[in-house]
Design a protein around this ligand. Structure first.
Ligand SMILES: [Fe+2]
Ligand SMILES: [Fe+2]
Length: 198
């Protein structure tokens, strides 16, 4: 179908958002599993529930404009997902670094959704689809709240992750020293005697 008028363009934009929401719903569930911070994990799970609502609300936004709901493949959403997946597969991050990476990757997703909803709302208003516009605004408000949450909690979460990282580095540095000391008692005394001879 050629997109040769604004209503068809609006339908395409809604379809793109629908596809993106479905993609991100799976992503949020995966991200929750990769998150140890309880406050952030709980907020991600809450946003996954909200995302199920976004999918439903989008269906109603189509209907309110007299359009049949249909998802359109969204390359950007697939790209954002791919960015997460390839970082995980190719960079072999520690669980802590993956958790830190996810804060930025989650924020990118929310901002993509925010841009998509803001554009679709302008189109809906231009076309006189007021009910669709107000339904889309409901989703937009939840995306903005999620983005705000991630932005205001990222610094605290990163500091916690850094502390865990530093503690495990310190443990790793202490362990070989302790084990070589306990194994090498004889060695160190022979070193002491050779030092005494010198
Ligand atoms: Fe969403
Ligand atoms: Fe979202």
């Amino acid at each position: 179908m050629a997109v040769d008028d604004m209503t068809k363009l609006f339908k395409h934009e809604l379809g793109d958002l629908l596809f993106a929401e479905k993609t991100f719903l799976k992503g949020l569930k995966a991200m929750a599993k990769e998150t140890s911070d309880p406050t952030i994990k709980q907020r991600i799970l809450q946003h996954a529930d909200e995302t199920e609502g976004h999918i439903e609300t989008l269906g109603r936004a189509f209907e309110a404009a007299g359009l049949k709901a249909k998802a359109t493949k969204c390359d950007a959403a697939l790209g954002l997902k791919e960015e997460h997946d390839s970082f995980k597969e190719e960079e072999d991050p520690t669980p802590e670094m993956l958790e830190a990476f996810n804060l930025g990757s989650g924020l990118r997703v929310e901002h993509y959704e925010i841009a998509g909803y803001r554009s679709a709302i302008v189109l809906a208003n231009t076309l006189g689809f007021e009910e669709s516009a107000s339904l889309l605004a409901q989703n937009l408000a939840q995306e903005e709240a999620m983005a705000k949450f991630l932005e205001s909690n990222a610094a605290g979460a990163l500091s916690k992750i850094q502390t865990v990282e530093q503690e495990s580095e310190m443990e790793a540095a202490v362990e070989p020293e302790v084990s070589s000391r306990s194994k090498g008692k004889g060695k160190s005394s022979s070193r002491a005697s050779s030092e005494a001879r010198a």
